[in-house]
Design a protein around this ligand. Sequence first.
Ligand code: HQG
Length: 184
Amino acid sequence: MSKEISKFLSLILRHEPAKFGVELDSGGWTPIDVLIARVKVAGHPNFDRTMLDEVVATNNKKRFTISDDGLRIRAAQGHSVEVDLGLAPTKPPAVLYHGTAIANIGSIRDKGLLPGKRQHVHLSFDQYTAINVGARYGKPIVLSVNAARMFEDGIQFFRTENGVWLTGRVPVEYLGFDQEREAS
Ligand code: HQG
């Protein structure tokens, strides 16, 4: 139940708020009481604040953030609708990782990492997380990203409330394909 609700909240808060009668402000926030009302009519009549708090607290990736006053909620990352999370540009670790499906490698070698439907390219702090991200789309492979050099070259990075690293795109010269041989 909790996983189903979590996925539904991600859909509303990242991708299709209008479809469910939810309005996000420029920072991606929305009032919790309205959200709960919309989730109830969308097929989860028992949904309430206690359940929402539990989903937020137990979510394995801490995908949702509640405002300090407890009245609003937003997705910590992953938006396809345009929001400005208001994150300060931050110096990244020297190396970050990106998990993808092996099937994407040819195109990534060609064009680098692009954000696709989302607002940013998502990068992971560790290889374990990255492999799980990549496995969502097929046989996974992990690419390393020379974040130190990107940063030196003036490219901005942001760290989300739940520890995901975001950047606009990753040109191919910053990518390491070292693991490709192991994966094939
Ligand atoms: C790939 C999850 C071909 C990219 C995760 C990825 C993450 C290219 C896919 C968050 C490409 C986009 C985001 C290129 C990138 N050619 N394929 N030039 N450039 N790609 O889902 O990073 O569980 O939009 O490798 O944990 O997989 O939802 O991005 O495979 O943090 O909270 O295009 O979603 O978080 O897929 O995942 P996505 P992602 P949640």
